[in-house]
Write a protein that binds this ligand. Structure first.
Ligand SMILES: [Zn+2]
Length: 380
């Protein structure tokens, strides 16, 4: 019953929801522009005034981060955390060539899908629960970060602190595919530098006394590349390889930068250990490993499955099918999932083209997605 009322509420307010999305999309907010991101922070603060207690975490380098504690009817038994970000990957000036548009039953514009619509859904989810007087068990808090697109260097600490107090984390990042599937597992990632140091010598006059760092590094790269296991979702990509000084010199130095992706925490620690244990293949060379894990994977645990099933049943009450997907890229959801807090991701808009020129969302999926967020807070 409650879900039907929420859906009805969202349908009635759809023009307002679209207007709010437009307002946020029309403020350009690349992560690198503190001024731009702070303007979105201002706009969200204004939109949340009267429905949330707003706490702003000022940042020197990045945009400020926001915590909204919504004023909804609640027994106050713990909290549910909605997670999102206000920065985009689009540089200033993008609106000129990619302006806000409503056409072909979609909303278009930089950041509309990733993830300004998702932020607006949080605001309207809170409005619906308030206006309909629907009592939830837990408090409803939203954490909106301003540096997610560069790996959340300044916000991760806040995200962790908030997640620690939460029974569940609902990440309103873009959904997967045009059906709007949730993301129930995300790969984690690591990055390693392998530096090799050999012994330089003249390639013509004194070849035997040299030990090539390039040859050593090439052998190491072959070794680590063999750790790729596509069936298990592990990939090892040496994306950068540099070394040497001239063709007639046996190279003294070489370095490779290797990107690693994995699906489980076990794989993450296994691969880290293997990198750390690498030894030179030519005893005259030295190798030096730096780097490590950037994001832990979001694993599809029993808690995640339970949360997904709840979302699925709420969607079903609205007559909408809901699928799930495993994806490669990470989000702040990886951080909260790795802490063992039940997390589902991809609850935001249904559309396509995150970080791409055709970034857009489906208008006829606005109401049910905003309602899904409200329904989850109500039921959790
Ligand atoms: Zn995003």
């Amino acid at each position: 019953m409650a879900v039907e009322r929420i859906l009805e509420y969202m349908r009635e307010r759809q023009p307002e929801i679209v207007e709010q999305i437009r307002a946020l999309v029309e403020i350009e907010s690349p992560t690198a522009s503190k001024t731009g991101v702070d303007r979105v922070v201002d706009a969200v603060t204004a939109a949340a005034s009267g429905i949330a207690e707003v706490r702003r975490y000022p940042q020197a380098e990045h945009g400020d981060h926001l915590r909204l504690e919504f004023d909804i009817p609640t027994r106050g038994d713990g909290q549910v955390l909605a997670l999102g970000h206000l920065d985009t990957v689009w540089p200033l000036g993008t609106l000129e060539r990619m302006p806000w548009r409503v056409k072909e039953s979609r909303l278009w514009g930089p950041g509309v899908f990733d993830m300004k619509a998702g932020v607006v859904y949080m605001l309207f989810a809170a409005r619906a629960l308030r206006d309909l007087g629907l009592r939830s068990r837990r408090r409803f808090v939203a954490q909106l970060n301003s540096d997610e697109e560069i790996g959340s260097p300044s916000s991760t600490r806040l995200t962790k602190a908030e997640a620690r107090r939460s029974a569940a984390v609902l990440v309103a990042e873009p959904s997967f595919g045009l059906e709007g599937s949730l993301k129930t597992s995300r790969k984690g990632g690591a990055s390693f530098w392998i530096e090799a140091r050999g012994v330089a010598s003249h390639a013509g006059l004194d070849f035997e006394s040299g030990a090539s760092a390039i040859v050593e590094l090439a052998r190491q790269v072959r070794r680590v590349s063999a750790w790729t296991n596509l069936d298990r979702g592990v990939t090892v990509n040496p994306g950068v390889f540099r070394g040497g000084s001239a063709s007639n010199v046996v190279a003294e130095k070489a370095a490779a930068h290797v990107d690693v992706r994995f699906q489980t925490k076990g794989q993450a620690s296994d691969i880290t250990r293997r990198f750390r244990e690498l030894e030179p293949l030519d005893a005259r060379c030295e190798i030096h490993i730096t780097g490590g894990i950037g994001k832990m994977p979001m694993e599809r645990t029993d808690d995640v499955i339970r949360l997904f099933r709840l979302a699925q049943s709420i969607s079903a009450e609205m007559g909408v099918g809901l699928g799930e997907a495993a994806v490669g890229g990470g989000s702040d959801g990886n951080t909260t999932a790795a802490m063992g807090i039940p997390t589902i991701d991809g609850l935001g808009a249904v559309g396509e083209g995150a970080h791409a020129l055709h970034e857009s969302i489906l208008i006829d999926r606005i109401a049910d997605r905003a309602a899904l967020m409200a329904g989850l807070v109500h039921r959790l």
